[in-house]
Structure formats: C-alpha cells, structure tokens
Design a protein around this ligand. Structure first.
Ligand SMILES: [Ca+2]
Ligand SMILES: [Ca+2]
Length: 245
C-alpha cells in the first residue's frame, strides 16, 4: 500500500505509523420544500395556438430546484352536428365532436427523465350513434334537420389532462433553460375535428366546439441551499527507522 516500502533486506526494522484523521461535517438538507405554481389559461374556438408565457425559476441566492412539473388540461364544450339524410336509404353511423391538444416550446425542453415528450397529447371526444330514415322529401339543398331523416346532436362537455416532470438533465441544456430571471413560451396547439361516417347523401351543419384549458408549471425547490459539505482531513505519518548492522 505504501510506495515508500523499504526493499533493503538489511533494513529489517521498519516502524510505520499510519494515522488518518478524518473530520466529517455534514449539514443535513433542510427537509422543507417550497412550490411555486404558475398557471396560464386559454380559451376559444379551435383551431388555435395560444402562446403561454412563464417565468423562469430564479435561483438567486443559491435556491436549489428539485423538480419541474408540467400539467396540461383542456375542456371542450358545446359544438353541434346537424344531419339531414337526403338519400333513398336509411343511414346509420356514429358522429363525433373532438379536440386534441399538444404543447411545444423552442425555449425550454418538454422532455421527461426518459427523454419522452411531456405531457402526452390530449384528446377529447363526444358523440353518439345515429340512425336516420330515408329522405322524407326535403332533398339536397334544403337543410331540414328534423326527423325522421334528420337530427341535431349537441356536444357534451368533456376534458382531458396530463402531467409529467421535466427530466433534470433538461432543466438547463443546450441553450434552453428553465433557470434564470427571464421568461419562456409554451405554445398550445388546439385542434378540433368532427366526423359522421363515410355516408353519402347526408347534408351536414357543423358548429365547432369551444375549448378552454391551462398549462401549469410547478417548481419545487429548497428555500436555502441544501448544504452537504464534507470535510476530510487526513494525516499520515510515516516513520521509517532503519538500523544498519
Ligand atoms: Ca332529408
Ligand atoms: Ca336536405
């Protein structure tokens, strides 16, 4: 173990004293954590792409960021699909009103610890089955949504939400950072869709859904530096005594 080992066969008497003094000073991390929540909301008629602005986490004073949670939620309400079968045969199928939501950013990384996109895309759908009689005489060009060859469906409220945590490797990475005294943008892309099956001879009236929702950013941090200092002092005294004959 010691490089200074004496290989001189005439020096048989070696006295080694090995002394290590180690002083450990460990200040345990403060168990208290603080959360800072920002919520930015949006509402409107899709398709739309609201840009939501958030403050970066200001770590001035040595605050230690523990986690960044992102919560994305969306509600859709209203919307209407009106059908009028003008075909000679009855028509059955399923209609739906739906919306999807996704978020993106060129300012920060929306990636979790597994480097997967966060949050997962949102999707909400409302709808019903329908069975319309053959045209009762209004014919093409006349929108008669009364039965038995027509119907009006009003969408019901639905919602979807998703959340995840940003991977710590992405807090401040490759020129994008959650940390600082500035701001960053997240864009929510909200799209709406409708469907009533691939049935010919049906006249359709559409009122799009309304969408509202929010993106929430939650920083969790320790209020003071989590101090973990390790001081080690080692002292080694090697005394080698050589006796010559
Ligand atoms: Ca009709
Ligand atoms: Ca018609």
């Amino acid at each position: 173990m010691f490089a200074g080992k004496n290989n001189n066969k005439k020096s048989k008497d070696a006295f080694l004293t090995f002394l290590i003094v180690m002083v450990l000073v460990v200040a345990s991390a403060n168990a208290t954590t603080i959360t800072q929540t920002q919520i930015q909301t949006f509402s409107g008629i899709p398709n739309m792409s609201p840009v939501l602005t958030f403050d970066q986490f200001d770590d001035t004073g040595g605050l230690t960021l523990i986690s960044i949670e992102i919560i994305f939620g969306m509600d859709i309400t209203g919307g209407q699909i009106s059908l009028d079968n003008d075909g000679a045969n009855s028509a059955a199928g399923t209609l739906s009103l739906s919306a999807t939501g996704a978020i993106s950013s060129s300012d920060v990384w929306l990636l979790n610890a597994s480097s997967l996109d966060i949050p997962m895309d949102l999707s909400t759908t409302t709808g019903t089955a329908f069975n319309l009689a053959a045209d009762n005489g209004d014919g093409l060009g006349v929108y008669d949504f009364t039965g038995p060859d027509g119907m009006i469906y009003v969408g019901t409220a639905t919602n979807d939400t998703s959340s995840d945590f940003v991977g710590s490797a992405y807090y401040d990475f490759a020129g994008r950072s959650y940390i600082g005294t500035g701001a960053f943008d997240i864009t929510a892309d909200i799209m709406s869709f409708y469907a009533y099956g691939a049935i010919g001879g049906i006249e359709v009236g559409i009122t799009p859904v309304s969408a509202s929702g929010d993106v929430e950013i939650i920083y969790t941090y320790t209020p003071e530096p989590a101090t973990l200092s390790l001081m080690a002092f080692g002292s080694m005294v090697l005394i080698r005594k050589r006796r010559r004959k």
